[in-house]
Design a protein around this ligand. Structure first.
Ligand SMILES: [Ca+2]
Length: 147
């Protein structure tokens, strides 16, 4: 009986080790939302610029260090993450305007908007420049896109 239990256990172990490898194709940190059209008209002002944001989620079970990771749009605007640790399953929001960074929200420190209100693409790259995830949108009828 014991021997057969071991034999049955082997394929199970193989499946368990295979599963994480199959999931490796999914980005470790995912762009889950780009809120590109801040409320009201785009007349500037920090509150309005901060109405734009992009959300990144750690989809893994391990903490991910974002220091040196970059966010870009199609126009070449670039944000570089500082010393941010994204805990497993947690998200961090990057607002376009000025502000003091916290654990769940960081600020691009810009005085004007980043994300086009009609179409654009957000790119997330690791500190070594590897493309981790991207998110495109092409609609001015809605204010945000979920990716
Ligand atoms: Ca915008």
């Amino acid at each position: 009986m014991r021997r057969s239990a071991v034999l049955v256990g082997l394929p199970m172990a193989a499946l368990l080790t295979y599963a994480p490898a199959a999931q490796a194709a999914a980005p470790s940190v995912q762009i889950t939302r780009v809120y590109y059209d801040s409320p009201g008209s785009d007349r500037g002002g920090n509150k309005s610029v901060n109405g734009e944001y992009i959300v990144f989620k750690n989809t893994t079970r391990r903490a991910v260090e974002l220091a040196g990771w970059t966010v870009r749009d199609k126009n070449g605007f670039r944000y570089t993450f500082g010393d941010v640790t994204l805990r497993p399953g947690k998200s961090v929001r990057l607002r376009s305007g000025m502000g003091n960074d916290g654990t769940s929200t960081v600020y691009w420190q810009r005085k004007w908007y980043v994300w086009n209100n009609d179409k654009d693409t957000a790119y997330l790259r690791s500190a070594t420049g590897k493309l981790i995830d991207s998110c495109s949108y092409n609609s001015s009828r809605v204010d945000y896109v979920n990716c």
